[in-house]
Design a protein. Structure first.
Length: 555
């Protein structure tokens, strides 16, 4: 009888243990980190446990009770299953280099020599990546999550695991300096970024983490999609979409701050032929500066320009023809960066237009017809020349596309203001027109008409007057002893069309030119010769007076 009771008691204990054991596991699991798996077509509890769990069927009952599954054979697509991470099969994973630009180095775990990171490099746990100034790299993880490591950054891959062949991953990286932009593709994956001031954990989101350049113990987190939990020794904060926070070492993370709104791109248009190309955007209230990122769009997007500037504009002459993705965002006084404005650009700016040489911009040209001259771009085979009286080059006076020389002179052109530009041909392809230049064609001032010059009546003075064609004109006079003006006696600028001097006792030559109010000097007038006045009758007796005196006294 006693033996029967003992056997019966053991049976009851076993039955109770079997029944309640999953709840003990559930209680233990609830204190651990979990993964939430969303069931897809073809999934059922049996193949999930077999594919993803260690000793899969051992966790069968525990999985049922943890998720309170009443009908394991009838679970619809989209059902979310809570799975403790320690139940999952874990394998080491590799990190691929999705895209790199500039000087990026890496250090393999356990080694001391840095090597250049290339698209063929495969990284693993323990490796370190160092990005030089002006460079960046995009890393791709096993679940297709991507992380952009920006200029002047350093990061260590701490833990790079994947959960069997589920496509889910468990990743931990340590950001030592610089900044990251991360897109975690699968919401069931776990991604953690450690900084000197906090740990940031996410599952399926888009966010940015950066370390302050001057204060390494200060980091910033900005959430663009999903949610992020940031934790340090003093507490934690949950950041949701559109919010960011600062985290200082050994201090509670700040309260979430709303990220600044998107700026509006004002220029250029989506298609541009201008180079350098100017970007302008609207002011964002609360912004202290802005970040512009320019990606070259091919099969992949390569970040080629990443600048932080205090202005609402940026200019670059470094872009080649092609398609680009532009991102602009505002940065607040806390250093938190706001939402991106995404903008596409197609640049078609080659071959580049020549550089104008003459006429100079806004120059007053004092010729009957101007000479147009420009530089010769490499590879150019011809030029398209446009000249108009209108700034928009409408109704052109010259629209010539068959020029092969880098200069052009029209047969005739009336005085006035003109606008001109030039484009380059390379074989049959015409590049964009260059910047419109203006000039004013003014007739050169005519030399004074000295045929109408009058002289004064004073025998002791030379008094000259001539006609003035404009009140704004003044003059320059030269007097020389020879008609070639090699021996110049007098060179002076005159405000009025008149000149007075002592009458010379020798032959002199003079010429006069007009000086316009803008300083332009016209041509010299024809040379005029001025004879001295005839000597009086007694002038010729002067040399004979001593001789006559001597002769008279001798008598």
């Amino acid at each position: 009888m006693k033996k029967y009771h003992a056997t019966h008691l053991i049976r009851i204990i076993i039955i109770v243990s079997i029944y309640f054991f999953p709840f003990f596991i559930i209680n233990a699991a609830s204190a651990e980190e979990e993964l939430t798996y969303s069931m897809t077509r073809g999934d059922n509890l049996w193949n999930i446990t077999e594919k993803y769990l260690t000793d899969g069927f051992r966790h069968w009952n525990s999985l049922l009770h943890l998720n309170q599954v009443a009908a394991p054979n009838n679970m619809p697509i989209g059902t979310n299953l809570r799975i403790p991470l320690r139940w999952l099969k874990v394998n080491p994973a590799a990190v691929l280099v999705y895209e790199t630009s500039g000087n990026v180095q890496y250090l393999e775990a356990g080694k001391t020599d840095f090597r250049t990171l290339t698209s063929e490099t495969v990284l693993k746990a323990g490796d370190k990546v160092i990005v030089a100034d002006g460079a960046n790299v995009v890393l791709e993880f096993s679940d297709k999550s991507r992380l952009l490591l920006g200029s002047n950054s350093e990061m260590e891959l701490v833990k790079i695991n994947k959960f069997s062949d589920s496509g889910l991953s468990d990743t931990t990286v340590k950001l030592k300096k610089g900044r990251t932009e991360t897109k975690v593709k699968t919401k069931n994956s776990r991604f953690q970024i450690k900084t000197p001031s906090a740990n940031t954990s996410v599952r399926g989101t888009e966010f940015r983490v950066s370390i302050d350049k001057k204060t390494p113990d200060l980091s910033r987190v900005e959430v663009l999609q999903g949610s992020v939990r940031t934790v340090n020794s003093k507490g934690n904060r949950l950041l949701t979409k559109g919010f960011g926070a600062q985290i200082k070492k050994n201090k509670l993370p700040t309260l979430p701050v709303q990220l600044l709104s998107k700026p509006q791109i004002l220029k250029p248009s989506h298609y541009s032929r201008m180079l350098p190309i100017d970007f302008e955007w609207s002011e964002v209230e609360g912004a202290e500066k802005y970040r512009i990122q320019i990606y070259k769009t091919t099969e992949k997007q390569t970040l080629i320009i990443d600048k932080t500037i205090p202005l609402q504009r940026f200019s670059s002459s470094m872009l080649e023809d092609g398609d680009y993705a532009i991102k602009v965002r505002a940065i607040d006084s806390n250093g938190l960066e706001g939402f991106n404005t995404d903008y596409s650009l197609q640049l078609d700016a080659s071959p580049q237009p020549p550089l104008p040489i003459t006429p100079k911009p806004d120059e007053a040209v004092r010729l009957n017809v101007p000479l147009f001259e420009w530089s010769t771009p490499a590879g150019s085979t011809g030029y398209h020349f446009l000249l108009s009286e209108n700034f928009d080059l409408s109704s052109p006076l010259f629209n010539t596309t068959n020029l092969t020389e880098s200069r052009f002179t029209p047969e005739q052109l009336s005085p006035g203001k003109y606008y001109w530009t030039i484009a380059t041909f390379v074989d049959a392809k015409e590049g964009p027109l260059g910047q419109v230049q203006s000039f004013t064609l003014k007739p050169a001032p005519k030399a004074p008409d000295l045929s109408k010059m009058s002289a004064g009546e004073d025998e002791k003075e030379l008094m000259l007057r001539w006609e003035r064609r404009s009140e704004k004109q003044h003059f320059r006079i030269q007097i020389a002893t020879d008609s070639k003006f090699k021996d110049i006696l007098f060179d002076q600028q005159l405000e009025n069309p008149e000149f007075t001097a002592a009458r010379p006792f020798q032959i002199i030559y003079l010429r006069i030119k007009v000086i316009e109010n803008d300083g332009f000097e016209g041509d010299w007038s024809p040379v005029q010769k001025i004879e001295p006045l005839p000597a009086p009758w007694y002038y010729f007796l002067t040399p004979t007076i001593p001789f006559l005196t001597f002769f008279l006294f001798a008598l």
